[in-house]
Ligand binder design. Structure first.
Ligand code: OGA
Ligand code: NI
Length: 362
């Protein structure tokens, strides 16, 4: 009997997800429709939300990149330490003008707040598309606990970028301008990451770690019952590294020493985090750390995540622990994989609080 009950529940969940997805209006559409109670598909099981305590005593790493150059030993050391312990840090004086950041946030908001009929043509789950808008890439993943209370616009910006006319008019110019800035910052970061690993400065660059860029423009509407939902479920990023821009509302939390730590919003700053693939190729020296975003009664909250992966998703390029980092005492901890395989595995698995990396552990 239990089995048939479960099957019935699963069936209902899938049809509810499908009905919601078919509206092509995302969470924003629900709010515009005036809902006051959270639909079941967004409700997390109680214990997945409450188990881990929050700690407000840790100081989230903040690194000043003023006068940055790769021979600046102090900055290299700060980035290395943060990458090894937190897997996350915030940077100021990173070279991207603050008005560009502000306009990127405004452009994201403009896209998500335009009429549903203008948004709808972008709504898709076709990964072959270079520009798409949807609510939860992982909406139909098998193991995800619940759908995230957020909508996102995704654009591939390097190495084979979306054509300008494919980008929504409301944010076209700023996405292009912002991506150009983020690419430059990405090249600086991979040099610093390489140095921090004791490799030659262009090692990660030559591996293609800053070649591919995907920009995710997130919109987290206000939530009628924020204690039951999450804006982003607990996850680690499955890229090399991520550059995140957030507005001043807050809600991003990072798991540090098994406690949730708030990432304080700082106007003009950017958050950098290590992704799964950089943890894999650094053989666990750098950490890809779980994070999540709380849902909030206040909103919308806007954020823009820039994911660095390889542009050669379809290629057979293989990534494993970097040979120069290995020794008799430090044997490879992971088997090599293509990024295509890694992404396919992680998106099928969904957000179930388990690391994607464990699947590749030796
Ligand atoms: C992500 C992410 C955090 C945020 O998109 O992977 O972690 O603040 N976003 O939106
Ligand atoms: Ni993330």
């Amino acid at each position: 009997m239990a089995t048939s009950n479960n099957t019935q529940q699963k069936y209902d969940k899938i049809s509810e997800l499908k009905a919601f997805d078919d509206t092509k209006g995302g969470v924003k559409g629900l709010i515009d429709g005036g809902i006051t109670k959270l639909p079941q598909i967004f409700i997390h099981p109680h214990d997945s939300l409450k188990k881990i305590p929050k700690n407000s005593n840790f100081i989230f790493p903040l690194i000043d990149l003023q006068n940055i150059n790769i021979n600046n030993k102090e900055i290299v050391k700060q980035i290395q330490e943060a990458s090894e312990t937190w897997g996350f840090f915030q940077v100021i004086n990173h070279g991207i003008p603050v008005p560009v950041l502000d306009e990127m946030l405004r452009g994201t908001r403009r896209f998500h707040e335009q009429d549903i009929d203008v948004r709808k043509p972008y709504y898709s789950r076709d990964v072959a598309r270079k520009v798409m808008y949807n609510c939860n890439f992982e909406l139909f993943s098998e193991k995800s606990f619940a759908a995230d209370w957020r909508d996102s616009l995704y654009s591939v910006m390097a190495p084979d970028p979306a054509k300008p006319e494919e980008l929504p008019e409301t944010c076209r110019e700023i996405i292009i301008e912002y991506s150009n800035h983020v690419m430059k910052l990405g090249y600086t970061l991979v040099e610093l990451f390489s140095k921090g690993l004791g490799l030659k400065p262009n090692h990660l660059k030559e591996m293609g770690c800053a070649e591919g860029l995907g920009i995710l423009c997130n919109y987290y509407p206000k939530c009628p019952q924020p204690e039951l939902a999450l804006g982003s479920s607990r996850h680690a990023d499955s890229d090399f590294f991520t550059v995140l821009l957030q507005d001043d509302i807050g809600g991003l939390q990072v798991l540090h020493k098994n406690q949730w730590v708030d990432v304080p919003p700082i106007h003009g700053a950017l958050i950098i985090n290590i992704g799964d693939i950089l943890q894999l190729i650094s053989n666990d020296k750098y950490k890809s750390v779980d994070h999540r975003v709380l849902a909030n009664k206040i909103g919308p909250r806007i954020s823009v995540a820039s994911f660095f992966s390889t542009g050669l998703l379809e290629s057979s390029r293989i990534y494993g622990p970097i040979e120069e980092l290995l020794s008799k005492d430090n044997p490879p901890k992971y088997r090599a994989t293509t990024l295509k395989d890694f992404f396919e595995y992680s998106s099928k698995k969904g957000f179930d609080n388990n690391s994607n990396l464990s699947h590749y552990k030796i």
